[in-house]
Design a protein around this ligand. Sequence first.
Ligand code: BES
Ligand code: MN
Ligand code: MN
Length: 435
Amino acid sequence: MAEWLDAQLNKYGVQTQKVALGKQEIEGQTLDLPPAILGRIGGDPKKKTILIYGHFDVQPADKNDGWEHEPFRMHHDKTSGKIFGRGSTDDKGPVLGWLNVLDAHHALKLDLPVNLRFCFEGMEESGSQGLNELITGETAKKEQGWFVGVDAMCISDNFWLNTRTPCLTYGLRGIAYYQLNISGPGSDLHSGSYGGAVYEPMTALISLMSKLVTPEGRILIPGVYDGIEAADAAELQKYKDLDYSVDDLESDAGGKIANSTEKTTVLMGRMRNPSLSLHDIEGGGGARTVIPASVTGRFSLRLVPPQTPTDINKKVVAYLESEFAKLNTRLNIKIECSPGGKPWVADTNHWNYEAAKRATEAVYLQTPNYTREGGSIPVTLTFADNLGVNIMLLPMGRADDGAHSTNEKLDASNFIQGSKLFGAYLYEIDQLTKA
Ligand code: BES
Ligand code: MN
Ligand code: MN
């Protein structure tokens, strides 16, 4: 993907460099990280310089998980207008949208209305390993840094709030991710021979995991909600103004499972409140009657300001250790925290947002929803902290695209209108910022 993208950018006149990002350890092997692709086109001092970010890595996919078509072969269903395939919406489709903008200008021999920089990576789904270091390293070079001269940034790596209204996104939740391992026996044990005579890892794990969050979604870790301010009237109004309903949520989720009948409550639940999700328990005995020797539970928290992964890690670890001690077993506990990401909220009062709003009105003939996203793109924070420029998220796909899931799709109309939107946004920037 990195090679392909690099060649495409070159074809459209973008000067690129493939930046090696060091090594990674995978299942005992040491491999090169995929390179970041940095590109630049245009250097007119009278024009604004916009940095575009996207990622060309995707989540795993397996036909046997319930895909109707081969996940790594694009399938365009002409009847429904949907383009199926892993990465269609997260995030290859949007990256291709930017290539479409370049392709059109190249084919029509048109000058771009702004100077463009590109930063594409292949490790986003693994916490942007390597890229964070590249960005901080360039910032440390001061005036010689690669990102110097960037006026604003656009990231297309999230989704509309519903399936009909385009949106501009000014916030992301952060993330803190955990693996909780409980062990004890030297190997799996027969539950007939040992059940009733030993402490069991699975029993302890289930007990701990049940103490993290209530079925209504209230997080039980002491101090997690510290410092989070209640929404004032102006903020509440922002959620009320959104084109959204509980029906949208339930139809995108494919089940009548909303935890409130109030639109603002569910919106705040995903946009501005923290959440804790239990993901997985690995190491069970399956249908066998064993006592598993070692079991690992995975869970994560989505974070909002002022929470940080560092602060939350301390609270999670302290709580789990004290709850584990209370169980008074003779088992072992191990807690691993992934790097995580801080939450992010931007100022929408900027020409970057105004340009995207005007472009949306021109292409979609609709006023956009202004959203905060429940998901996380941790590298956004690294860009925000290091470049100090306004950042906007400009999604291409819809709420029901199924990122990370089976049958991930992008509607062809979103791909085409989205590509137009990206181009129109650049023209609106030029219009708005011309002296
Ligand atoms: N594109 C997503 C971020 C996202 C998720 C936006 C949901 C809108 C809704 C990104 O590729 C992603 O999956 N991020 C991970 C981050 C993690 C791997 C550190 C996430 O949110 O789980
Ligand atoms: Mn993504
Ligand atoms: Mn993703």
